[in-house]
Design a protein around this ligand. Structure first.
Ligand SMILES: CC(C)(COP(=O)(O)OP(=O)(O)OC[C@H]1O[C@@H](n2cnc3c(N)ncnc32)[C@H](O)[C@@H]1OP(=O)(O)O)[C@@H](O)C(=O)NCCC(=O)NCCS
Length: 330
């Protein structure tokens, strides 16, 4: 008899058992598919002004064999939630993933959410496995992305040539910071963040933009500082002082060998000057300067995002997995 139970993330023994299931269920994937324990231990119990989180476990006797996660945006997209299920490899195909998702759907619907989103990761060029599971559970593919990984030694070998071919355009300058945006750029940075979801190719994903004000940015920054997550950010400043573009690489104190790209966005009014490349060079240089032990950085981009993919290919990123972004109306 398997019980599905909500877990208190402040119960560290339960959280650890939950985390172990997720780690085991994702161990077949390349790269770093699961966060370091120290990050999960800090991040999951911490208050998050951006996202509400529910953890559930599938428990057989005293053993946790399945783990579920529901996250809900709190500042925008109040109709949406993200659901993830993980089942111990030795206990798959027993209906446990189905039971976990059913419970997450009840929690999401109870909170008024009407669109459930998720992701599955596949070896490039394959189908089946978790994609078949998601299809059987009523999810449709809403967007298709490539998960790419950069080995820092490859970056070091090519960065000087790339920098020479993509100088910072005349009149612009690049400003970098660790997590906390300088006051002088904050208002303009908020304006750019408000464009993000309208500008990033989302396929059929039902997500809409929302406003970022200074209090929202500062609250999100405070949480990152509290959990030891560094958002190494570069801003492109236009000749008139406006923030024309942003990119970041995120690295956790808990694992300083791996990073991931968060957002990259150049204001449409400032495109075509190779600011995207200049911003990415700045963040990757900053990451290497602050974390010489860094081995790899991951990023995910929609297949249709031609310009972003060209920049990433030039930096040395290579596709390691296909990401299917999934959606289901409740
Ligand atoms: C995806 C996952 C959660 C499925 O868990 P599970 O407990 O095995 O799922 P269920 O037993 O409830 O499967 C339900 C149905 O999904 C489909 N399915 C599940 N796994 C499948 C596989 N490997 N190949 C083909 N179909 C599969 C089948 O239709 C299955 O019904 P059936 O066994 O009667 O044929 C599990 O494989 C896992 O943890 N994978 C790694 C993490 C992951 O990718 N999670 C998805 C993010 S939401």
């Amino acid at each position: 008899m398997v019980d599905i139970e909500q877990l208190n993330p402040r119960n560290e023994a339960a959280l650890r058992a939950w985390w172990e299931v997720g780690r085991a269920a994702t161990a077949y994937r390349p790269g770093k598919p699961w966060p370091a324990w120290e990050l999960s231990r800090l991040a999951l119990p911490a208050d998050n002004p951006e996202r509400g989180t529910t953890l559930i476990g599938a428990i057989d006797g005293r053993e946790m064999i399945g783990a579920g996660l529901l996250t809900r945006p709190l500042q925008d997209n109040l109709h949406a939630a993200n659901a993830y299920a993980y089942v111990q490899p030795t206990r798959q195909r027993e209906g446990i993933g189905t039971a976990l998702l059913a419970e997450l759907e009840v929690v999401a619907a109870g909170d008024g959410r009407t669109t459930l989103q998720s992701e599955v990761y596949l070896p490039p060029g394959t189908d089946g496995g978790p994609a078949a599971f998601a299809a059987a559970r009523g999810f449709a593919v809403a967007n298709r992305e490539a998960l790419k990984e950069l080995t820092l030694s490859h970056y070091v070998a090519r960065r000087d040539d790339l920098a020479a071919s993509a100088p910072v355009p005349s009149g612009y300058r690049i400003v970098t910071f660790d997590t906390v945006c300088p006051d002088e750029h904050l208002a303009s940075y908020c304006r750019l963040l408000g464009m993000l979801l309208a500008e990033v190719p989302l396929g059929e994903l039902d997500l809409t933009d929302s406003g970022w004000d200074e209090a929202r940015v500062r609250a999100a920054e405070r949480r990152l500082v509290d959990i030891g997550r560094h958002m190494l950010t570069a801003l492109a400043i236009a000749p008139d002082g406006a923030v024309a573009g942003v990119s970041d690489v995120r690295i956790n104190d808990a694992d300083q060998t791996a990073g991931e790209v968060g957002i990259t966005l150049v204001d449409p009014a400032h495109r075509g000057h190779r600011l995207g490349t200049a911003l990415k060079l700045a963040t990757h240089d900053l990451a290497l300067a602050n974390y010489p032990q860094l081995v790899s950085v991951d990023t995910a981009n929609a297949d249709v995002n031609v310009h972003m993919n060209a920049v990433n290919d030039a930096l040395g990123y290579r596709t390691i997995e296909t990401v299917l972004e999934l959606q289901k109306k409740l």
